[in-house]
Design a protein around this ligand. Structure first.
Ligand SMILES: [Zn+2]
Length: 69
């Protein structure tokens, strides 16, 4: 005789937009900060003196196609 197996049903939980907005804003700011450091942290637009940040993100600059040298 076959027995029925009861499996729990998982339904997706809706996340209200009100709870997502702060994370979207935070992620957008982090993305813009990353783009700044990879793309513009050099020369006249640099915040930190020296070439430390530029050298740290140098491979990322070339990978993303930012003009470098
Ligand atoms: Zn370069």
């Amino acid at each position: 005789m076959a027995e029925a197996v009861v499996r729990p049903v998982f339904e997706p939980v809706a996340i209200p937009l009100r709870e997502l907005v702060p994370w979207i804003v935070f992620g957008g700011l982090m993305f813009l900060l990353m783009i700044y450091f990879v793309g513009a942290e050099q020369g006249a637009t640099s915040i930190f003196s020296g070439m430390y940040v530029h050298e740290f993100v140098h491979d990322g600059r070339h990978l993303l196609g930012f003009p470098c040298h």
